[in-house]
Design a protein around this ligand. Structure first.
Ligand SMILES: [Zn+2]
Length: 290
């Protein structure tokens, strides 16, 4: 059911309840005013998650992920990945977010990359070593940026949970540290982070979200002057290596349909081989420091 549909039912129920209350005391105007207040609260509570709230959810999710993995602290490699990632984000559909885009490397040989809402993107050391050149690295980052652009992570928070959170936030008591309402808010927030964590790290996005992120990534690569076929190439390599296992690998299920779609989308550009070679050379020079 759509959010509007759900809201209509809630409004209807509230109005019915207000009618019942009216007969048992408080008069017609009292019942209506109760309903109007409740309706206003529900309308406020049903608003979408703001960019600022998305940033805080992303930050909490990143902290959660960093309880599992350590970061690679090699400044040369981290700066290089940020250079490539920021170039792609500039050419994406949403170049600016509340907290900006930041790229970090997880110290694991697992092959994956994923995006925390708001702009924090992790790529694993194993994935970096799988990319054959800068264009393939750019392709992986472009795909993650596309997930952030379309808010795929944040949409994993159940709307019921978010509505509950906003209702609690609206109470004065929730602002008092240590109050039961404050505790409730903390637990709802933790639950929201868990919703996003499950989608991004455990279960993966839907097939449609993956197809769409692939499609946008190819466009970002094209705009930035990278090889649009690079996403197809790197996913093919991951496929051949059997990288679509369990755990966080589910974030990027390999499928022949996905590759087929990419094959047709990525082939419409003539690549400047001279600049391609220069990018590949600097990629090799940096990655060997990893
Ligand atoms: Zn994805």
């Amino acid at each position: 059911m759509s959010r509007v549909g759900r809201l209509s039912i809630v409004l209807f129920v509230l109005l019915m309840v207000s009618g019942c209350l009216t007969t048992s005391g408080g008069g017609l105007s009292g019942g209506l005013s109760t309903a109007v207040t409740a309706v206003t609260e529900i309308s406020k509570a049903s608003r979408p998650i703001s960019d600022e709230e998305e940033y805080y959810v992303g930050r909490a999710l990143a902290a959660r992920i960093l309880t599992i993995y350590k970061l690679v602290n090699n400044a040369v490699v981290v700066d290089y990945v940020n250079l490539v990632g920021l170039t792609l984000s500039y050419h994406s559909d949403k170049p600016n977010t509340y907290g900006g885009y930041h790229f970090a490397i997880l110290d694991t040989m697992e092959k994956n990359a994923f995006a925390c809402p708001g702009g924090l993107i992790f790529i694993t050391k194993g994935m970096l070593l799988t990319a054959k050149n800068e264009d393939e690295l750019a392709a992986i980052l472009a795909h993650e940026i596309a997930h952030i652009n379309s808010r795929d992570g944040i949409s994993a928070i159940s709307s019921a949970r978010w509505t509950e959170a906003l209702t609690v936030i609206g109470t004065t008591a929730a602002k008092q540290y240590g109050s039961p309402e404050f505790g409730k808010l903390v637990s709802i927030f933790e639950g929201s982070i868990e919703d996003v964590f499950k989608t991004i790290v455990v279960n993966g996005y839907s097939q449609q979200q993956e197809f769409s992120a692939d499609e946008r990534a190819v466009e970002f690569l094209r705009r930035a002057g990278y090889n649009p076929s690079a996403l197809h190439d790197v996913i093919s390599t991951l496929n051949l290596q059997g990288a679509a296992g369990g755990g966080i690998m589910k974030t990027h299920p390999s499928s022949s349909e996905r590759l087929e779609r990419l094959m047709t989308k990525g082939k419409q550009v003539s690549l400047n081989m001279d600049t391609f070679k220069k990018r590949s050379d600097r990629f090799r020079a940096v990655i060997k420091k990893l």
